[in-house]
Design a binder for this molecule. Structure first.
Ligand code: ARG
Length: 485
């Protein structure tokens, strides 16, 4: 690998040591910022020309050159050289090769510190939209499964012990509401990411009559970051992104854990489609829920990236420090991990088979109606604690005598509470579910309403994603096509 040409190297008498080049270089991973780097430069040079900081003629040459560099990158014949150190210098080096010394005017009124912060924000803005879309699709898949099984009852659990019957649709909808908040977090974060640091220079601002708002407008950003020192040195937008993804992964990991359990022969609630399960290399009978397990397992690396970046940032004096170059790989990996998972999970959910009989049988087994029996006593005036105690003794009796509630005779019931023999006892899981028709409850009408509300919210989120993308595409199309945008 060739040693550094040091594009800005007037002060230096020697090239950097080649191991230093290797350590210092971010090009192997920041090349994925190339497109956004060039778009940011197009906006910057446009502003420089409009403000008379560089001549229109020079700006035109730079614009044409930058577009040519972008084509080379997009067509895959751009020569990424480690010696260039990072994507910013790599693009600038190529620009100089293409258009000569005038390329040197592009970096007027700019530093790589505000440049990289801009590139990262532009990239993250697109990535947030992609992940938001994946969340919408995952939530929609959950809704599809829920709506296709409106009358399937299952045991709800606490402490992983059968607790009370719920509708499968209600259980799945719990994840939809979690994903709805994950989506809301990303949307809110989007507004904080979508602000331009450009014009902050190295840290103090720049001694030119720049128009920062114009740059933000050209890039379809929502405004500028108001403090130059903050703009080049904080990475809280990346931390927020990782935090949002970590929480999302915690939700998906819980879902994954349940699906793994449900697919065991012990539960037997679901079976994954063959396309979403794998075999064992030794045990011919096995069908393993690898996709769900990876969904659960990959949460670890996403959490790790959050802690990693927090640790990078926490001890840094203002403003930019090279440590900040460590902000990217974790974010890229977290984004790639989550993006792939969000594409795999929806079809996995839609194709899994649900054993409604197994679920229904489990919903009523294990005295899951005990609370409802106590509630029946409460309705005829028995204090809840007294009812709870009587039903507790009843359950113990049933266990000792291997009986279910439905098999008990009046005289047996009366032994535990005189009113037990006189009230209408709930006998089925369906009775228990239907008794909970209030907002947030598992009653079938309520659940149908909740599913419909979530459908609408997801449709609105999809429209928001489309609108943001359109706005970005329009701005980028201008930067890439107009004579001097
Ligand atoms: N590659 C660098 C990064 O990712 C770009 C900024 C370099 N700035 C500097 N002052 N060395 O952070």
């Amino acid at each position: 690998m060739s040693t550094s040409a040091k594009l800005w190297g007037g002060r230096f008498q020697k090239p950097t040591h080649e191991l230093v080049d290797q350590l210092n270089a971010s090009l192997p991973f920041d090349q994925r910022l190339a497109r956004h780097d060039i778009l940011g430069s197009l906006a910057h040079v446009t502003m420089l020309a409009r403000q008379g900081i560089v001549s229109t003629e020079d700006a035109r040459a730079i614009v044409q050159g930058l577009r040519a560099v972008l084509s080379e990158i997009q067509e895959g014949h751009f020569d990424f050289r480690l010696a260039d150190e990072d994507i910013h210098l790599s693009v600038e080096r190529r620009l100089r090769e293409l258009i000569g010394p005038v390329a040197g005017r592009l970096h007027t009124a700019r530093s790589r510190n505000d440049q990289v912060a801009l590139d990262f924000r532009l990239w993250l803005r697109d990535t947030i939209l992609d992940i938001a879309e994946g969340i919408v699709e995952t939530a929609q898949a959950l809704l599809d499964v829920a709506e296709a099984h409106p009358d399937v009852v299952m045991p709800g659990y606490t402490h992983l012990q059968r607790a009370q019957p719920v509708l499968l649709a209600h259980h799945l909808h719990a994840y939809v509401t979690m994903l709805g908040r994950d989506l809301a977090r990303l949307r809110e974060l989007y507004g904080r990411v979508n602000r331009s640091p450009l014009g902050s220079g190295a840290l103090a601002g720049v001694p030119y009559p720049i128009d920062r708002q114009l740059v933000a407008d050209l890039l379809a950003m929502d405004g500028i970051l108001e403090n130059s020192i903050d703009a080049v040195s904080d990475r809280d937008f990346a931390l927020e992104f990782l935090a949002a993804l970590a929480i999302l992964m915690a939700h998906l990991s819980r879902l994954a854990e349940e699906l793994v359990l449900w697919s065991t022969s012990e539960f037997g609630f679901i079976e994954f489609d063959d396309a979403f399960a794998t075999g064992s290399s030794i045990m011919p009978q096995k069908k393993n829920p690898d996709v769900a397990e990876l969904l659960r397992g990959k949460s670890g690396r996403v959490f790790g990236h959050l802690i990693g970046l927090l640790t990078v940032v926490k001890g840094l004096p203002l403003a930019y420090n090279k440590d900040l170059q460590e902000d990217k790989e974790g974010v890229f990996d977290a984004a790639d991990t989550v993006t792939l998972l969000l594409r795999v999970v929806p079809p996995m959910l839609r194709t899994m088979r649900i054993d409604r009989e197994r679920m229904a049988a489990a919903a009523e087994a294990g005295f899951t109606l005990a609370t409802d029996v106590a509630d029946a006593l409460v309705r005829v005036g028995v204090p809840f604690r007294e009812a709870h105690e009587a039903v507790g003794r009843l359950v113990a009796y049933c266990i000792a005598n291997r009986k279910t509630f439905a098999e008990l005779r009046h005289e047996e019931l009366a032994q535990f509470h005189p009113q037990l023999a006189t009230v209408d006892l709930p006998c089925t899981a369906w009775d228990a579910v239907r008794a909970r028709e209030h907002p947030g409850g598992t009653g079938p009408e309520q659940v149908a309403r909740a599913l419909a509300t979530s459908r609408n919210q997801l449709a609105e989120a999809s429209e928001w994603i489309v609108a943001q993308r359109r706005r970005i595409e329009q701005a980028f199309a201008r930067l890439l096509s107009e004579d001097l945008p």
